[in-house]
Design a protein around this ligand. Structure first.
Ligand SMILES: *Cc1c(COP(=O)(O)O)cnc(C)c1O
Length: 383
C-alpha cells in the first residue's frame, strides 16, 4: 500500500457480507412473494411468527411494522395514558420512551448499572417513590436489554410483581440473548423487538415483533395491528393502527433466522477477541453472570482524561469507524427534558454518555480486520 493512501475503511456493520452469504436463498424467498402477490398478511408472515415462537419459547408472536410501533401497541393494549408513570432507563435509544409519551403517559427516567448499562432495581425503586410523590400511578416498566444482553429480569420482575407494574421488555437490541438459559421473549409480560436492518436480526426495511404468553393480550394486539378490528372486519371495536409487517420482510427474516444462531456465535467470538486485545487498555463490556449476549454493539469506556472526539478522529484516520451510543441520555435531550427522573438523579447514565464509544461489530468481522481495530485503539490511547 502506498504510504500516502488512507487505509480502506472498515464497515461498522457489514450487511453486505451477510447478503453475499445468503445469496440465492433471499432471492428465491422474495421472488416467491413477488409471484404470489400477497404483499400484506401473506403466508410468510404466519410462518415467521410460528418460527419466532419456537425460537424464543414465547406462546404468542405478533409481528408488526417496526420496533417503536411494537412498544406503542403494547402500551395501547394495557391502556397506558394520562396520570400513569412508565419507568424507562435514560441511557437508551429515544424509541424506548417516545411511545410512552405518545400515549399520554409520563416516561419517568431511572438510572442504569455501570457494567451492564441496564436499568437497576435500586433506581427503579427510587423511581416508583418519585412517581407517587408526583401523584402519578406506577403503571409499567420498560427494562431495555441494551447492546445485546438482558436486563436484571429477575430483580426487576420481582419488584414489578410486588408493585403491580406491567413489565414491557424492549429487546430491540437483544432478541436471541438468554438469561439463566431462557430466551428474551419469555421473561416479561410482553417483549418487543425491532428488525431494523442494523439490528442483529434485521430485515431489508422496517419490521418488529411482540412476544407474550398472555393469549388475551395477544388477541388485543392482533386487533390493534389492523385498525382495532373485531371479528367483523368492518366493526372496529377499539382504536388501532396500520401496524403490520410486510410479507416480503417476513420472507427475508425467515431466511435470516435460519443462520441467526451461527451469527450469534460469530459475534461472541469477535467480542471475546476484542476483550482479549483491549481489556487492559479500556473498560471492556461485561456480560453479567447467568446472561448470554448477542453483541448488538461492542461498547467500551475510555479511561478518564481521554478526549473521546480526538480518539474517534484518530481511529477514523486509520479507516476505523466508531459510533457513540449514546452521547446524550434521554433526560439530556430536548424532547425529553421536561419528564421526571428518579430521585437521586441519573449520575451513571450521564457518566456513560460521556465516556462510551462503540467499535465495529458484526458476524462477519474477520481476524485481520479486527486486529486493525485493536491496533488503532491501542495506538490512539498511547498517542
Ligand atoms: C432500534 C430500537 C428501537 C426501535 O426500533 P425501530 O424498529 O427502529 O422502530 C427501540 N428501542 C431500542 C432500544 C432500539 O435500539
Amino acid at each position: 500500500m502506498n504510504q500516502h493512501m488512507r487505509p480502506e475503511p472498515i464497515p461498522f456493520i457489514d450487511i453486505g457480507a451477510q447478503r453475499r452469504r445468503l445469496g440465492s436463498a433471499i432471492d428465491v424467498a422474495t421472488k416467491r412473494v413477488l409471484d404470489h402477490c400477497q404483499f400484506i398478511s401473506g403466508p410468510e408472515v404466519t410462518q415467521l411468527e410460528t418460527m419466532l415462537a419456537a425460537y424464543s419459547g414465547a406462546k404468542n408472536v405478533i409481528t408488526c411494522a417496526n420496533g417503536t410501533d411494537a412498544l406503542v401497541m403494547v402500551l395501547m393494549a394495557i391502556g397506558a395514558g394520562r396520570g400513569d408513570a412508565v419507568f424507562c432507563p435514560s441511557f437508551t435509544f429515544c424509541a424506548t420512551a417516545s411511545p410512552v409519551a405518545r400515549t399520554g403517559a409520563t416516561p419517568l427516567f431511572v438510572d442504569v448499572d455501570e457494567t451492564t448499562f441496564n436499568m437497576t432495581r435500586a433506581s427503579l425503586e427510587r423511581g416508583i417513590a418519585t412517581a407517587r410523590k408526583l401523584g402519578l400511578k406506577p403503571k409499567a416498566v420498560i427494562p431495555v436489554d441494551l447492546f445485546g444482553q438482558g436486563a436484571d429480569h429477575e430483580g426487576i420482575g420481582k419488584l414489578a410483581r410486588a408493585e403491580g407494574l406491567f413489565v414491557l421488555d424492549d429487546a430491540a437490541q437483544a432478541f436471541g440473548a438468554t438469561c439463566r438459559g431462557r430466551r428474551l421473549g419469555t421473561l416479561a409480560d410482553a417483549t418487543t423487538t425491532s428488525f431494523f436492518p442494523a439490528k442483529p436480526l434485521g430485515c431489508y426495511g422496517d419490521g418488529g415483533a411482540i412476544f407474550t404468553d398472555d393469549d388475551n393480550l395477544a388477541d388485543t394486539l392482533r386487533s390493534i395491528r389492523v385498525h382495532g378490528q373485531g371479528s367483523d372486519k368492518y366493526d372496529n371495536i377499539r382504536l388501532g393502527m396500520t401496524g403490520r409487517l410486510d410479507t416480503i420482510q417476513a420472507a427475508v427474516l425467515i431466511e435470516k433466522l435460519k443462520i441467526f444462531d451461527d451469527e450469534i456465535e460469530a459475534r461472541n467470538e469477535a467480542a471475546d477477541r476484542y476483550t482479549r486485545g483491549l481489556g487492559n487498555d479500556v473498560v471492556a463490556p461485561r456480560v453479567a453472570s447467568g446472561n448470554t449476549s448477542i453483541w448488538a454493539q461492542y461498547t467500551i469506556r475510555l479511561p478518564a482524561g481521554v478526549d473521546r472526539d480526538g480518539f474517534a478522529a484518530q481511529l477514523k484516520a486509520q479507516g476505523v469507524p466508531t459510533a457513540i451510543y449514546y452521547a446524550r441520555s434521554l433526560h439530556q435531550q430536548t424532547a425529553f427534558r421536561d419528564f421526571p427522573a428518579a430521585e437521586g438523579g441519573l449520575p451513571v447514565s450521564e457518566k456513560l454518555s460521556s465516556d462510551v464509544i462503540s467499535l465495529p461489530m458484526h458476524a462477519y468481522l474477520d481476524e485481520q480486520t479486527q486486529d486493525r481495530v485493536i491496533k488503532a485503539v491501542r495506538g490512539a490511547l498511547s498517542a
